[in-house]
Design a protein around this ligand. Structure first.
Ligand code: ADP
Length: 622
């Protein structure tokens, strides 16, 4: 039998990652403990799952448990589980590599932004085991897989350059991880300190945890208790255990359903959205699936929640999955899709309840998860009306950061108004300066601000609410006469033949740059604005597409509207009467047009614009 030691180098990526972790996590050294317990618990869960269908494993009768031993005199720490263990190739594959290839990139990004890489981020990215190198400079893993006939292996690493692997004489199934603590972290050889951390983060682990021979945790399936018997403190602790979040949740939902499908669930809404909400949900763990109390998987959100609700964490426990389940059969089980439908409805019910009875809480939820939640409008047709009722927007009638619901908007509408108006843009400051808003402000008509990128993407699915159509105020076809108040006529308005003639000169000068030129009813203080034809693309969507695809020429032709009562337009009329080919007249028209492009963020050639402006200023100052 060969007992030779093999040396392996870490991949470059891993060394960098280790470096980042050890330098970023120093404020939360206890994290290593949580990660090691969580790995042990995973290994035990996997073993228990396998035992459901296959008793042909090493030590089939061994108790499923976690044992931690510390020695304060020698400053040593070890944690041992009777879980699934690792084969040699698993040791090399799983321990020597980073689970998620984007992890390093993301950590660097966060670091570059000077944000703190905290324990929470480490937990979510799944670099758990390596946190151990924060408290020691040498880790020994001894492990024996449950596979019949598997050999045992010893893995040793300093967490810097690489590791060695050799055969071990360990007989028991499972994994033992041991090390001597660095001087600065000797506290973790103290029994009481370790107990404390375990109580805080690992109290809900499904297997007994012993510290120096004493049983520490009380296993409790919290979701099986009656709501009235669950304390706030238990809820908070349980949430943190499931999600590895460090903050208390914003709220929870406890379900116990019997009928077409039977399940119990304890679900949570986090109080804060993760660093990158949309990416985070792709490989999010945190919705744990149990089949009659047996843990199946920790990332059941993909199967049990529609994407727009995937910020929800917690536990779902059902009697309705076959016992010989595998991940694949779980995914296609009819029980799963029934649970999924019910969960979506119940979660919406919880949000509706918050919106009605605790608006502050609902607003907090919406500020954090609104961008993701809103996408449900595009994807969940069966619940679209309910989601619509839960939408919130800033508007011309709210202060910055304050939201209105569609229902409140409709209640505030005048009788003559039969459309819901909105404007899209990057932020409140930008849309407030949009000339297309002038008419609405002047007439006191409320306009919703769609100022999150997602808003532009879902606006095409927002067709109507309570029989009122949604309408972008940047579109040409708005019936202004219907809502127009008494004209505050302090300015003379250009009209009739002279207006028609001036519009012709505009058309001739601008040629195919514009779809049309019209007299505007929406402008009050600006001379001109661009609007989109009835079937045109929302300007915000156009801007976003331009950003994503810079080489393409996506500029859609728009309609230029001019303000017949604006002094510039009236002055242009004078020039036009004198000589319709007047140079200043033509230049000013081009300048007006390009100013609207500039405001829209679509001016491609500022040099030409500035040159012309200088010429006009020279003329004006002569
Ligand atoms: P994560 O747990 O997020 O996958 P880790 O670096 O903590 O990341 O662990 C990497 C992998 O090593 C685990 O996914 C698992 O396959 C394996 N592993 C770690 N600890 C154990 C253990 N105690 N028993 C069996 N396998 C383990």
């Amino acid at each position: 039998m060969t007992k030779g030691k093999e040396e392996h180098a870490f991949r470059a990526e891993l060394s960098q990652l280790l470096d980042l972790i050890t330098h970023s996590l120093y404020k939360h050294p206890e994290v290593f403990l949580r990660e090691l317990v969580s790995n042990a618990s995973d290994a035990l869960n996997r073993l228990r799952f396998r035992k459901l269908t296959d008793k042909n494993i090493i030590d089939p009768e061994a108790d499923l448990e976690i044992r931690i031993e510390t020695d304060e005199d020698k400053d040593t720490f070890s944690i041992e589980d009777t879980g699934i263990g690792m084969t040699k190739s698993q040791l090399i594959e799983d321990i020597g590599t980073v689970a998620n290839s984007g992890t390093l990139k993301k950590l660097k990004e966060i670091r570059a932004q000077d944000k703190e890489i905290d324990a929470d981020i480490i937990g979510r990215f799944g670099v758990g085991f390596y946190a151990t190198f924060m408290v020691t400079d040498q880790v020994i893993i001894e492990t024996r897989s449950a596979e019949p006939g598997a050999k045992a292996w010893r893995w040793i690493s300093d967490g810097k350059s690489g590791y060695t692997i050799e055969e071990s004489d360990r007989e028991k199934r499972g994994t033992k991880i041991s090390f001597k603590l660095d001087e600065d972290y000797e506290e973790f050889s103290n029994d009481a300190r370790v107990k404390n951390v375990i109580k805080k983060y690992s109290n809900f682990v499904d297997f007994p945890i012993y510290i120096n021979g004493n049983r520490e945790n009380t296993i409790q399936a919290l979701w099986r208790k009656k709501e009235k018997n669950i304390s706030e403190e238990d809820l908070n602790e349980f949430y943190k255990f499931v999600t590895m979040d460090y903050q208390d949740p914003l709220g929870h939902l406890h379900l116990d359903l019997e009928g077409v499908v039977n399940f119990k669930a304890l679900l949570f809404v986090p109080s804060q959205a993760p660093y990158d909400l949309f990416q985070d949900i792709q490989n999010k763990k945190g919705l744990h699936l149990y089949a009659n109390r047996v843990f199946i998987q920790d990332d059941a959100g993909n199967e049990l929640l529609p994407e727009y609700l995937r910020f929800i964490s917690g536990v779902v426990d059902t009697k309705d999955l076959p016992l010989n389940i595998s991940r694949e059969t779980t995914q296609h089980s009819p029980a799963m899709s029934k649970i999924k439908n019910i969960l979506a409805k119940k979660i919406l019910g919880m949000l509706e309840d918050w919106a009605k009875n605790d608006p502050g809480k609902y607003e907090k939820f919406f500020k954090n998860f609104g961008p993701l939640f809103k996408t449900g409008i595009n994807t969940d047709f069966s619940n679209k009306d309910r989601i619509m009722n839960l939408l919130r927007y800033e508007s011309t009638h709210t202060d910055k950061g304050v939201y209105t619901s569609l229902q409140d908007y409709v209640e505030r509408m005048d009788d003559e108004q039969d459309e819901i108006y909105y404007i899209t843009g990057d932020n409140r400051e930008v849309v407030e300066k949009n000339p297309n808003l002038e008419y609405f402000i002047d007439n006191g008509i409320e306009v919703l601000y769609f100022i999150h990128p997602v808003d532009a993407l879902i606006s095409s699915s927002l067709d109507e609410y309570e029989d009122k159509e949604f309408k972008s105020i940047e579109k040409a076809d708005i019936d202004f006469d219907r809502t127009k108040k008494e004209k505050k006529s302090d300015q003379e308005e250009l009209s009739g033949k002279p207006l028609e003639s001036l519009i012709d000169v505009f058309k001739e000068t601008l040629g195919n740059r514009v779809e049309d030129v019209k007299a505007s009813k929406r402008l009050v203080s600006s001379p001109a604005t661009l609007v989109v034809g009835k079937d045109g693309m929302d300007p915000q969507v156009e801007r976003m597409m331009k950003m994503m695809n810079q080489q393409g020429n996506l500029n859609q032709k728009k309609i230029l509207e001019i303000n017949p009562s604006h002094p510039i337009i009236r002055n242009l009329n004078r020039l036009n009467i004198g000589n319709s080919t007047d140079e200043t007249l033509r230049k000013t028209i081009l300048q007006l047009y390009e100013s609207t492009l500039l405001l829209d963020g679509n001016l491609d050639d500022p040099a030409e614009f500035v040159k012309r402006m200088n010429e006009l200023m020279t003329k004006a100052t002569e």
